[in-house]
Design a protein around this ligand. Sequence first.
Ligand code: ADP
Ligand code: MG
Length: 699
Amino acid sequence: MQVTTSTTTVPDLHDSVQSLTGVGPRLAERLARLGINQIVDLLMHLPLRYQDRTQITPITALQVGLEAVIEGEILRVDVVHKRRTMLLCQLGDHSGAIVLRFFHFSAAQREHLTPGTRLRCFSEVRMGATSLEMIHPEYHILSEDEPPPFAECLTPIYPTTEGLRQPSLRRLIEQALHSLHHQPLSDPLPEALRQPLGLPDINATLHLLHRPPPEYAALLAQRQHPAQHRLIFEELLAHQLSLRELRQRIRRNPALALNTDGPLRQQFLAALPFELTAAQQRVCAEIASDLRQPRPMLRLIQGDVGSGKTVVATLAALHALESAGQAVLMAPTELLAEQHYRTLSQWLQPLGVHLLWLSGRTKGSARTAALDALRSGQAQMIIGTHALFQDDVEFHDLVLVIVDEQHRFGVHQRLALREKGRRGAYCPHQLIMTATPIPRTLAMSVYADLDTSIIDELPPGRTPVTTVVISESRRDQVIERIRLACGSGRQAYWVCPLIEESTQLEAQAAEDTATRLSELLPELRIGLVHGRLKAAEKEAVMAAFKSSELALLVATTVIEVGVDVPNASLMIIENAERLGLAQLHQLRGRVGRGSANSFCVLLYRPPLSQVAYARLEAVRATTDGFAIARRDLELRGPGEVLGTRQTGLMQFRIADPVRDGELIEPIRQTADTLLADYPHAVEAIIARWIGQGQTYGDV
Ligand code: ADP
Ligand code: MG
């Protein structure tokens, strides 16, 4: 469709980019790599930053690290031969002088860069050995004629891709702005909502961000311009709306309202060797109140390592069983699933509960029998990994899905699970547990579809773990520590983390370590567990460690989550500098579960950079999971910490849910209003940021 104005024909914003001048199939294919298909997509392709090419900066006013345009006369030229040949030009203006440094130069350049020549240059200013420098500046020789004009607005630098240069991208965006000028977009954010928040209209916003006047350079660099606020707001709003819509869609389904005061729960609590903490009781009450509703529960439990999430999950499962329904508990690793199976068997089998365990490796008649028991309803609860959601796994009456250690699954799997979990007339209740505590504002962004409960208290009687950071060169001292701890009846872990992206190499490293440690500590019984062992082998090793038959367990990071052996009081983590902070915290959480003084040794391989040392120091200095998660978020960003990066979902273009956390309250209010009163706006905003017809629900 074309819009004809009095003088020219302007392509429609929703036309393919191929209707722009100079775009053929090849260029269109490159643009598509950047997610640009329609002309309007070019407008949503936002600059990463800006250059100021609108004016000349006097040489004395230059600042190191900033880019600038300068004009001056070449004062002298030297070709120097150090390790390589370089061309150095000294350029002076009325205020001072600077060196232009060229590592590669042609004969032609040698000829025209001569003393007396006047140049206009653009580049970043660096601090050289003796004076300010520009390295390989863009330059233009000034002649007697009219000098070239300056840019009128800041020059945007866009994300680009191979075979697509900045100037071409800029020219295309120029054309798109021309289309926008002729047919402004209707703003999906109603004026009535925008105005009180001081958010400018979409057309003004896009125009400004692609063609900003120079006076906004500083504001834009700090992401403080209202036009940036508007898009950051809109992007976070799009994610909020999309998750909330998903939530509404699920909550529209009926769920079985559960009986939450049967006798099983009482029997279970009476037999437990401990009392629930106040935090556990509060969270259990929140879950019970959800489960009494005829709508699916959608609840996230955040609780630091060792806060006792398993008991809470078990109590939730008992509600399901007492209502004659089935429950499933899903863990991210076989080891953890198996560990849960063992714990829950101990607790629930005395109560006559029929519990099952299904691994990806359960094969043949064992698998058939398990599936039959599930289908017939004879099995009340099943524990396993994501293998539970293969197509042949059918439930008799699934009413509750529990997912442990959610961050390992990522948003993608969490949502896929929901779709698969829906069988029969009812939608199951869903309980998600994570040990990566994140700040409240971030949780409200990335878990907008979930209600959250926090277990903010550790069971009593824990002794805090003392952490030390030690160079690998002091390994001997560490061996002595192990000898001492194990000699007095305690147990220890030795973790060899992933060095190469290969479970085989990782397993090899763990095997080598186990061999070496056996030589150094011949008096100790040493076990080995890694991802390449068969399930039964892993199980046997873990059982032997749990029953204290083994004193030292050498392991890969497979033991990161869930493993619970209270008598273990020493944790050694090799190559600690390679692990994320949250991961170190998880591993450390394997000790300090009993009453003995516990230690965690973070071994690093020198030399350690200052940043790397600061990271280890952050883990050493605190055992507060929230503080560590906050630090990890600063260092690695939310995509890594929450495990959403690999899935491609929850990627942000301009917003940063950590940095922009304070926007979350107004965003939630705006989302409420839009969902209630402006359904078309909701669709438009989600389509623009998350993609047409590709909401989180369709994964
Ligand atoms: P996490 O939250 O890391 O999954 P777990 O559920 O594995 O923690 O609990 C850690 C340990 O604390 C387990 O041995 C568990 O039996 C014990 N535990 C849980 N709740 C309590 C409590 N209220 N009092 C004492 N010990 C508890
Ligand atoms: Mg756990």
